[in-house]
Design a protein around this ligand. Structure first.
Ligand code: AVW
Length: 265
C-alpha cells in the first residue's frame, strides 16, 4: 500500500514537472520569436506584394542595424541599408508632418494624408521598443535604453534616420500640424525642426502649409515668432503658407472628406 502511494505521488510529481517544463519552454521560445514574427506579419500585411521573402529581407536589414551592438552605440546611419530597401515613399496627395500634435495628426492621416507612421516601416515599428546586446544575436524588446538615456539608441536612431528620409522624398504640397497651444509651436529641437525641415529637397517639395492646431481658437496664431524661424529654414522655391484651425474643424472636415482630397486647411 505504502509502495503504491509512493509510486503515485512520484508519478504525479514527475508529470507536474514535465508540464511546468513544457509551459516554460513554450513561453521562452514564443517570447524569443515574438518581435521578429510580429514584424514580419505586420510587414506582409502592409506590403502590396504581400510576399514573405521581401519581408524576411527587410527583417534581416533591420536587425543588422543593432544586433550584437551596444544599445547606446547605434547611430542613425546604421539604418541606411534598411531604408534603401524599404524607403518611406510618398503615397497619398499630401505628406503630413507633425510636432506636438501626434494624436490629431494620426486621426487625420490615411486616405489623403500620409504621415511617417503610415508608411510600411513606420507602421510596423510605431510604438515598439527594441535593442541588441554585444555578444548576442537576439532582439530584446525590454530593458532597452529610453529616448533620452543615450542619443544613439536603436529606437531614436531609427526614427531620426527614417524622418530624414521621409522628409527628403516628400514632394509637391506638404503640410505640418503644429501645436498652437505650445509656447513655441515650431520647436527647433524636435524631430520636425531639427531633422525633417533640414532634409526637404528643393525642387521636389513645392509648398509647406503650416497648420496651427488649437483646441478652441485659443493660443498661437500665424504671426507667432517661432514660425519666423521655420520660414528662414525653408530653401528658395518652397512656398510657405500658414493656416489656423481648431482640432474639431480638422476632424469634422476629415469625416466628410471624399476621394477628391480637397485639403482641410
Ligand atoms: P514631438 P517631433 N522621450 O511631438 O517633431 C520619449 O515633439 O519630435 O514631435 N519620446 C520622445 C521624446 C522624449 N524626450 N521626444 C520625442 N519623443 C518621441 C516624425 C515620442 O514618441 C514625424 F514624421 C513623441 O511622441 C513627425 O513629423 C515623438 O517622438 C515628427 O517626426 C514626437 O515628439 C514628429 O517628431
Amino acid at each position: 500500500m505504502v509502495k503504491r502511494c509512493v509510486l503515485v505521488v512520484g508519478g504525479c510529481t514527475i508529470a507536474v514537472l514535465v508540464v511546468v517544463l513544457v509551459v516554460f519552454l513554450v513561453v521562452v521560445l514564443c517570447k524569443k520569436n515574438n518581435f521578429k514574427d510580429t514584424f514580419i506579419q505586420d510587414c506582409e500585411r502592409k506590403t502590396a506584394e504581400g510576399h514573405s521573402t521581401y519581408c524576411v529581407k527587410v527583417w534581416s536589414a533591420f536587425e543588422q542595424a543593432y544586433v550584437d551592438h551596444d544599445p547606446c552605440q547605434v547611430p542613425p546611419q546604421a539604418y541606411d541599408h534598411l531604408l534603401s530597401i524599404a524607403p518611406p515613399l510618398p503615397k497619398y496627395n499630401w505628406t503630413l508632418f507633425w510636432s506636438g500634435t501626434r494624436e490629431v495628426a494620426h486621426q487625420m492621416s490615411g486616405g489623403c494624408y500620409q504621415t511617417l507612421e503610415d508608411t510600411m516601416l513606420g507602421s510596423v515599428l510605431d510604438g515598439k521598443t527594441w535593442c541588441g546586446k554585444q555578444g548576442s544575436n537576439e532582439t530584446f524588446d525590454s530593458g532597452c535604453p529610453n529616448w533620452t538615456q543615450c542619443v544613439n539608441n536603436p529606437v531614436r536612431s531609427f526614427w531620426s534616420r527614417a524622418s530624414a528620409e521621409f522628409a527628403a522624398v516628400a514632394c509637391g504640397d506638404a503640410a505640418v500640424l503644429l501645436n498652437g497651444s505650445s509656447d513655441t509651436p515650431f520647436d527647433p529641437h524636435c524631430t520636425f525642426g531639427s531633422i525633417e525641415v533640414k532634409n526637404f529637397t528643393p525642387g521636389l517639395m513645392k509648398s509647406l502649409t503650416v497648420v496651427l492646431v488649437t483646441k478652441d481658437n485659443v493660443g498661437a496664431n500665424c504671426t507667432d515668432e517661432s514660425l519666423k524661424n521655420l520660414q528662414k529654414e525653408l530653401k528658395p522655391g518652397m512656398k510657405y503658407i500658414c493656416k489656423e484651425k481648431t482640432e474639431s474643424e480638422l476632424l469634422t472636415c476629415k469625416k466628410n472628406q471624399d476621394q477628391s482630397c480637397v485639403p482641410c486647411w
